[in-house]
Ligand binder design. Sequence first.
Ligand SMILES: C[S@@+](CC[C@H](N)C(=O)[O-])C[C@H]1O[C@@H](n2cnc3c(N)ncnc32)[C@H](O)[C@@H]1O
Length: 235
Amino acid sequence: MTMATAGGKGAFVREMFGRIAPRYDLANRLLTAGLDEVWRKKAIAILAPPRGGTILDLCCGTGDLVFHLLRVDPTLNVTGADFCEPMLARARERASSRVRASFVEADVMELPFADSAFDGATMGFSLRNVVDVDAVLRETLRVLRPGARFVNLDVSKAPNRLWKRCFDAYFYGVVPLIGGLVGGSREAYTYLPNSLTHHPNARELKERFARAGFDAPGYLPLVGGSIAIHYGTKP
Ligand SMILES: C[S@@+](CC[C@H](N)C(=O)[O-])C[C@H]1O[C@@H](n2cnc3c(N)ncnc32)[C@H](O)[C@@H]1O
């Protein structure tokens, strides 16, 4: 039994995403003014998935990154993993029968996949929600084949104080308001920004990638560092 199934933060997060699943996509587009689509494309460009490769999208939610990957390269086989069944149900609804996507209910701290099973892995807006970041990094490394990349897109802490203040005013002030109205749960959209507070900053997260065993870890800051794409390669 993992921490997610045992209760605590994991169970809270799973229940919360279950509540906002029906309107999650609409809230996302509004809250980022559609920019998340641009950031997702950048993350996929950094992943540079091999044609026909098998890709794992961790914490896939309603499948945004899975479908983006398949639009960029329809020859890929993409597996989305998430522990929230209502989010997975939305993802399955969105998947047409032609799409080479499958969705698996799983806790990303304990992945039900063989060692070296994937040619790449992605994660979008989720790492700060998991109970144990290092466990996720270790598990991801385990299921990647040598030479494969992991790319993680998420909100981050801008290094410039003034810009961070502006972004925080939006993130901690406006997001709960709009998220509450559109997404249907003000509590959930208050929790989501707060999950950043105890998350490592971009430089520290890069070090965590290195400590987990990723080669050539790095990150691309976007929007003045309020968004970051971290990456690393399995040696
Ligand atoms: C903010 S959503 C992001 C969804 C999607 N990746 C995207 O880019 O829109 C976070 C997702 O992480 C999932 N999640 C959080 N902790 C998890 C865990 N330990 N195992 C599996 N999924 C988890 C939640 O269920 C939720 O669907």
